[in-house]
Design a protein around this ligand. Sequence first.
Ligand code: WQD
Length: 337
Amino acid sequence: MKILVTGGLGFIGSHTVVELQNEGFEVVIIDNLSNSSEEVLNGIFNITRKKPVFEKLDLREKIAVREFFAKHTDIVGVIHFAASKAVGESVENPLLYYENNLNTLIYLLQELQQKPEASFIFSSSCTVYGQAELMPITENAPVQQAMSPYGNTKQIGEEIIIDVAKVSNINAILLRYFNPIGAHPTAELGELPIGVPQNLVPFITQTAIGLRKELSVFGSDYPTSDGTCIRDYIHVVDLAKAHVVALQRLLDKKNQEKVETFNLGTGTGSSVLEVINAFEKVSGQKLNYKIVARREGDVVEAFANTTKANETLGWNAQSTLEEALESAWKWEKKIRS
Ligand code: WQD
């Protein structure tokens, strides 16, 4: 069966392409290479010995999207990763985010609703919960006022999908990621942040390899065990596998509603200092860091209640924080060698 993966040369997308190929799916990738490189295709091939079809295409080009689907009429499912995802950038350039994250979703759905049936997996984020009241966070936690245009595009995207699914033959699953980290164990795929990394783990590995002088820890005066923020760090391969399980659920028509939502995390929260300590343990080297002021917009704590994903989706995260950090470190050393 042929599956379209938009943003399939990106961090989570490329790892998901590998898992789709491992399950025997034929994969077509659309990517505009704005935050990835065609080199990633070689990484995928080196792991699975199968080269996916790749079409460089910007999903903001409505006609190009229509022509793509006219050419690939046998696509039965779409996993939609393609979007801009930097929280800070979205605050500075909201229209870039509303255009790139929403117009593209609309053009995709317009094509899918023409098909007799379509399975749609949407890349969402725990950011839709804002600072949730209760930990661990369940899928019933209220969606709160977005803290950034990026987060707002995820909330609006979910609502668009729900409205369209009601009046079309599209069945969808919304996957709300917690914090994806790590790299493929073969070190053939991993995170390739452009410029200064915004996220914690790539900044840690770049500091450890000597690319960055020191890590700034954004605040140690939060109401947590050690004063630093808590997150649910999930190995990107575990996350990728969840996408294949979710897609198969729709293809097998096992979904109980037109649109289902799942939190994807490990169910365990780790503080920034705990991540640093775990990294020092797996890398065998001290990390150079300093405590600085809080970062605007950070929530204090966010980790997933994974019961629904475990019991309904039949999926569990397998890797520990240390294993994920070890894979991230192995990748950093590989790409800088
Ligand atoms: C994690 C923790 C920081 C960098 C964001 C998006 C989310 C998703 C993942 C796209 C926080 C601290 C970080 C640093 C630090 N993005 N930190 N020093 O903010 O939880 O989630 O990225 O899908 O939608 O919101 O991830 O890795 O940026 O931060 O102390 O140099 O690490 O304060 O507590 P975040 P993060």
